[in-house]
Structure formats: structure tokens, C-alpha cells
Design a protein around this ligand. Structure first.
Ligand code: MN
Length: 721
């Protein structure tokens, strides 16, 4: 623990106007207030505010910030009141302490549904003064450093997740790279210790002689730059296990490629020196294409500046190099905190250099709405998502472009199906309205489900599109069923038979139906004629026999015949867009999605992603969940189409030549039969399921059309679900 006089000396060391008396009083007040309180680590509680103050002295923050750090937990955790702080330390300090106290209260709410309110409070507190946030970040950093002392695993996980999601991105937004990295890595250690351990082990394995190698290469780099006459400081750069892991995840780079790369930083005096160093480095070593970035001429949004490049350096090792000036280095490490450090230097003539700081402070100070706050902090991590709130404050993540209908289906399929209107931020809006970050959405519902087929034109989530299609299809089916039953009834009557569902049910198998309803649907759709139906129900009848050369339906002879097993080879590049790297892809066997089909991905934790067609029946059986649906699209290279298995069902007459005409038609259409199975056989017909290798949906449709035009084929259709 830092001692009282050390802390005061540190502050006085960089701020000659520091009020030492104030610092001393705050130190003593906090120590007395926390009294005998203990941390989970067994240390006296008071060590915590002192450490937090210590972290902030590294950033050379002003005296008021350090005093606030010392007092930051007194109102929350001791008998001290904010009025007392005001009386003893003045209005500015009490305002800052109050801000930090408000932020700390947010932590105690654990439920996700409180997020909206949390964000709002967070913003209000922040917009008071950015120093509140800096104290909060230091507070969180020290708490993360001592997180492992907490016994409650659930609490540890919650704090780590919150750190990863809210505080690390905030630190990044403020340009405080060092804090951000440490927060992330500490959270990573809690959230995924196995992954972190394996990264560390692999790094250690690959860099067995790393220290020495790194030193030799660093010296070599320094020599080359010195020969060009530029004074510089070259240092090796440690990557955190989290940053290695995250980069692997994000950029799909192999572990070897990433961790085998040594990283160096070259700090020089001026911008022209940066480019001279770049020239010297590129002039000596071949650069790796695609890795060069000039953030000096085009700074990042948080005003980070540096030149990045990767070269094949000394000893044939890939080395990553960052080149920057001292000032840029300071800003990169300290971010917004540099504001206070350089505050005195700021004047009108040189204001431009610090304009970004001004802008940043303004953004934070003016962020009054949760939308804005989300825009500037958490959302930085998810540029392709929008976050909307339920009336109760739950947060729903949707793809950009999503509408209220997508929102409704994301909540629950039933809510989507019964959705008739929506209120966004309290006002009724058209359902197709594109949602924006921070919108609060209330779904207006009817009693009866009645999704509109027109919704399909504007919904963007697979879940919504799939549910709408299924509903519309079920509705159409009802219509066909009614129509088909009327047709059957009429046909029976006209041929002098008494109509009954039971009579129709005797021929289910022949017509590949599970119920009489299925047969009515076939009739209604025109896939089956009333004459064909009567032929099978009353096979003995002469006048029908004349039209049916195959006579009575005899004993069913079930047969299964396999002609080799179809196998899909897993290509290296997955032709599907919208997947996270590293997810295993599997084309679901129920619907056999083909390029050209609209598709959706269902994530199975630990198993990868199943690709289904959007109207696959199987999707309706999935339990309601929010996160397991992935909106994916095909990403086929037209020059290198793959091979996919489409499945069809063919019913053909049982006579010589049927099978050979089937196979020759498929072959002529450039399809390849990969599997064939006879699923039903009678004296007259047999039915088979055929797996055909095709390039895409159009290809399969062409084959189906060709088969339908072939004699002896009575029915050909694609198998779905
Ligand atoms: Mn604290």
C-alpha cells in the first residue's frame, strides 16, 4: 500500500499547485471512515481507495481527482454523507464523489433488464464531469486486480462480464489503451481461464528462446535506424493473452501466424522522423502486404496515431512494428487523461493538437440520452448491431436495418405472429420503421395470430422471415384442404360412392400422405386428380381399370435399396456469410439447403451451426431463444461453385425402364446421383428418395422440371423437412 507521504509527493511531483493539505485531510478522513472494514483479500479496506488514487497518479491527474479517489467509497460504504464531504472538502469534490457513488450503485443491480436504466444513470453521472469516469475506471481496475479474492463465483463472473462489455470499451473510447488491455485481460482470466491458459502455454512454447531473440532483433532494428541518423527508442511490445485470443477470433488468423510474430515499438521525436524510420525499415526488410496502416495521416476515431507495418525482419522472423512520436505515445497510453497533463500548455495557437480531447470531452458531456451513450461506448464494439429496449428495460440486439416486426419475433414467435402495431419511444409508428440504437419498443398485439405476407419484404432477421413463411404456408394449406375435400366429395358422389374420410384413409401410403387432410391438400393444389384418387380407393372398378393399366393395388412390398452413400466433403472455405470464424458448419439433413435458398443458421453450443432453409419445418420445433439464430446468406464464388446435395422424391410407375430413364435424365442435366433409396413399392408404383449432387437451387429445379416431363414419372418434388 502506498503511504500517505508517498502519495502526496507523487502528486506534488507533477502538479506544483497541488493542495497538499487537502490531500492529507482526505487521506485521514477516508482511513478513519473505513475504520476496521476489510477487503475480501484480508487487507484493510482503506488500502483500496489508496491504490485507486495511486493508479490515477500514474496518469498525473489533478489534485481534485486524487482526493475523489481517496473518498470514492466513503459515502457508499461508511457512515459519511455527501453533505459532510461538501463541508469538509468543498463543492467540486463532493460533486465528483457523488458521481462516483452513483456509478457504484449501478453495479449492484445484476439483472440485464436493468441495463437501460443503468445506462441512463451512468450517462447522467458521466456528463457531470469526465473525471468521475476516470476514477471509476481506476476503481474497476483495482477491483479487477483483486477479483480472484471474491468467493462468490457468480459475482466474479458478473463483474468480469460487465468489465468486458462496458468498462473496457469505455477505456478504449477514452483512448486509455493500457487500462483497456489490463481490464480485458483480467476479465478474460475470469471468464475463460482455459482459453487464456492455452494461449499462454502456446506462446511460451513458440517463444522458448523468445527473450533473447526479441533482444537481438530489437538491437538490430535500432542499429538500422541509427545508421539512418535518427535518434529513437526501440522496445519490445508484450501482447496480452486476451489480445492474442481476440485477434485470432476476429481475423481468423492462425495461432502460429499471430503469436510467432514479434512486436516492436519505435518512438522518435517528430513526424518526419516517423516516415524516415518507416523508409529505413521497409528499405531493409520486405514488408508483408496488407498489414501497413498509416494512422498518422488518418488517425483513429479516438485520435490514436501511429504507423503500423509488418515485415520479414532479422533472422527471417515476422515482426510487427509501430512507429510514433513521443507525444503520440503519450496520447496512446494515457488517452483523455493527457488532457489534464497538458492542460496548462493549451492555448489558442496550439489548440488544434488537443482538439480531439475537447471533442471527446464534449461528446461525453453532452451525451444526455441513452442512445447517444450507447452509440459512443458499448456500440463501438458492435457496429453491425442495433440495441433496443423492451418496455421493462430488457435489451434486444438486432441486426442493423431491423424493424419492429423483427423485434417482436426476437421476443417470441407468438408475439411476432400476433403483432399488429408498434410504439417506438412511446409513439405509434409503421411496423416497417427501421429501429435505431436505444429505441424503446412496445409491441401492440391482437388476440388472433395474423402475420402479413407483406412483412417478408422488410424483415431482416431469419427468425422473423421463417416464422412468417411458415404461418402463411399453414394458412394456404387450410385453404387447399377445404377445396380438396370438396373436390373429393363431389367425385365420390358422382361415381355413386358414399364419401368418408375413412375411405380416403385407406390409400394414404400410395399417395405419400399421413392423413386424409394431406390427400385433400394434394387435391386442392392439383398435385393429385380426383380420378387418380378414385383409381386407388376403388381399384377393382372396371371403368377406372381401363384408365389404370396396372390394375389393383396389391400387397405392399416395402423395400430399401441403397446405392452407395452420399458424402459431402467439407470444403475449407465456407460459402456462407454471417458466421463467426471458427464455427463448424453443417447443412441440416431435414431440408438440404442449396445455394439460392434463403437460409438461416441455428447455433448449437459447442457443436457449431446447422444451416436450414428459411421455411424448414424443423425450425418451428426449436425452443424459443434469442441468441441461437444467425442471419446468414450464401457467399458463393461464381468461378468456383461447390457441390451440394439436393434431395427429391419421385413416384414412378412400376415397369421396366423407369429407373433407367430417371437416372439418364438426371445425368443429362449434369446432376450426379449420390444416394438412392426406394421408400415404397407396390405393383403399380414405386417411390424413391434420390440425393443428387447439384451446384445450386436452379440446377436442382431444372432437374425436377426435366423429370416431370419424363413419361412414367407420376410425381417429382423436392424433399423438405
Ligand atoms: Mn471502490
Amino acid at each position: 500500500m502506498i503511504r500517505q507521504f508517498e502519495l502526496v509527493e507523487r502528486v506534488a511531483g507533477y502538479d506544483e499547485r497541488a493542495d497538499e493539505n487537502l490531500l492529507n485531510r482526505a487521506y485521514v478522513f477516508s482511513m478513519k471512515a473505513h475504520g476496521s472494514q476489510m477487503r475480501a483479500s484480508g487487507d484493510p479496506y482503506f488500502s483500496h481507495p489508496v491504490e485507486v488514487a495511486g493508479i490515477l497518479t500514474d496518469y498525473k491527474l489533478d489534485c481534485a481527482t486524487i482526493v475523489t479517489a481517496l473518498l470514492h467509497d466513503t459515502v457508499e460504504d461508511t457512515l459519511a454523507t455527501i453533505d459532510q464531504i461538501g463541508e469538509l472538502f468543498g463543492e467540486e469534490i463532493s460533486r465528483l464523489v457523488d458521481g462516483v457513488t452513483k456509478l457504484s450503485k449501478l453495479e449492484m443491480r445484476s439483472e440485464a433488464s436493468e441495463q437501460a436504466e443503468n445506462f441512463r444513470k451512468l450517462v447522467l453521472a458521466m456528463s457531470d464531469d469526465i473525471r468521475v469516469l476516470l476514477v471509476k475506471l481506476a476503481d474497476r481496475l483495482h477491483n479487477m486486480r483483486t477479483l480472484h479474492f471474491l468467493k462468490n463465483a457468480e459475482k466474479r463472473a458478473r463483474i468480469a462480464a460487465e468489465t468486458m462489455e462496458i468498462y473496457a470499451p469505455l477505456a478504449e473510447r477514452l483512448g486509455m489503451q493500457r487500462i483497456k488491455q489490463e481490464l480485458e485481460d483480467l476479465a478474460f482470466r475470469e471468464l475463460n481461464p482455459e482459453a487464456r491458459e492455452s494461449v499462454i502455454r502456446r506462446v511460451a512454447f513458440l517463444h522458448e528462446d523468445g527473450d533473447d531473440l526479441s533482444r537481438r532483433i530489437g538491437e538490430e532494428l535500432h542499429r538500422i535506424i541509427a545508421e539512418a541518423g535518427i535518434p529513437s527508442r526501440v522496445s519490445g511490445r508484450e501482447k496480452t493473452p486476451y489480445s492474442i485470443w481476440h485477434k485470432m477470433e476476429r481475423e481468423d488468423i492462425s495461432f502460429e501466424q499471430l503469436s510467432d510474430t514479434l512486436a516492436f515499438r519505435i518512438v522518435v521525436d517528430s513526424v518526419p522522423d516517423c516516415y524516415q524510420v518507416l523508409g529505413a525499415v521497409h528499405g531493409t526488410y520486405p514488408m508483408v502486404p496488407g498489414r501497413f496502416k498509416d494512422y498518422i495521416s488518418t488517425p483513429k476515431r479516438n485520435n490514436y496515431q501511429s504507423i503500423h507495418t509488418t515485415v520479414i525482419g532479422p533472422e527471417n522472423r515476422r515482426i510487427e512494428v509501430q512507429i510514433r512520436t513521443k507525444m503520440m505515445h503519450q496520447v496512446a497510453e494515457m488517452g483523455v487523461a493527457a488532457h489534464w497533463q497538458y492542460k496548462q500548455d493549451m492555448d489558442a495557437t496550439d489548440g488544434s493538437r488537443y482538439r480531439w480531447l475537447q471533442e471527446l470531452v464534449e461528446i461525453l458531456e453532452n451525451a444526455q440520452s441513452p442512445q447517444e451513450f450507447l452509440e459512443h461506448t458499448k456500440l463501438e464494439m458492435f457496429p453491425e448491431r442495433v440495441f433496443c429496449f423492451t418496455p421493462r428495460g430488457g435489451v434486444i440486439a438486432l441486426p442493423r436495418g431491423a424493424s419492429a416486426v423483427d423485434f417482436a419475433y426476437a421476443l417470441h414467435t407468438d408475439i411476432g405472429n400476433t403483432c399488429v402495431g408498434a410504439k417506438v419511444n412511446g409513439r405509434v409508428v409503421p411496423l416497417r420503421t427501421e429501429l435505431r440504437n436505444g429505441d424503446q419498443v412496445e409491441v401492440l398485439r391482437s388476440k388472433q395470430p395474423a402475420p402479413d405476407a407483406g412483412w417478408e419484404t422488410f424483415v431482416v432477421t431469419g427468425k422473423a422471415r421463417s416464422a412468417i413463411r411458415r404461418f402463411i404456408r399453414a394458412q394456404q394449406r387450410q385453404e387447399y384442404r377445404k377445396l380438396g375435400r370438396a373436390i373429393a366429395e363431389k367425385a365420390f358422389r358422382e361415381t355413386g360412392h358414399e364419401f368418408s374420410d375413412q375411405a380416403v384413409e385407406t390409400v394414404l401410403k400410395i399417395h405419400d400422405a399421413r392423413s386424409a387432410e394431406d390427400i385433400y391438400v394434394q387435391l386442392g393444389q392439383g398435385h393429385l386428380t380426383s380420378r387418380q384418387l378414385l383409381d386407388t380407393v376403388f381399384p377393382g372398378e372396371r371403368r377406372w381399370r381401363a384408365r389404370n393399366p396396372f390394375g389393383a393395388i396389391n400387397r405392399m412390398i416395402p423395400a430399401r435399396l441403397r446405392l452407395g452413400a452420399g458424402d459431402k466433403s467439407d470444403g475449407h472455405s465456407v460459402p456462407i456469410r454471417g458466421l463467426r470464424p471458427g464455427l463448424a458448419v453443417h447443412y441440416a439433413d431435414c431440408c438440404h439447403a442449396l445455394p439460392g435458398d434463403r437460409i438461416v443458421g441455428i447455433v448449437h453450443k459447442g457443436k457449431g451451426v446447422d444451416i436450414h432453409t428459411i421455411d424448414c419445418e424443423r425450425l418451428a420445433d426449436l425452443p424459443e431463444g434469442r441468441d441461437d439464430w444467425l442471419d446468414v446468406t450464401w457467399d458463393i464464388d461464381p468461378d468456383a461453385p461447390g457441390v451440394y446435395v439436393g434431395q427429391i422424391k419421385a413416384v414412378m410407375s412400376n415397369e421396366p425402364g423407369s429407373l433407367s430413364s430417371l437416372s439418364s435424365v438426371i445425368a443429362k442435366s449434369m446432376g450426379n446421383i449420390s444416394n438412392l433409396k426406394i421408400t415404397d413399392r407396390s405393383a403399380d408404383f414405386f417411390e424413391m428418395q434420390v440425393d443428387i449432387e447439384v451446384t445450386d437451387l436452379t440446377h436442382l429445379s431444372n432437374i425436377i422440371a426435366a423429370l416431370r416431363a419424363t413419361p412414367r414419372m407420376s410425381k417429382v418434388e423436392r424433399v423438405r423437412g
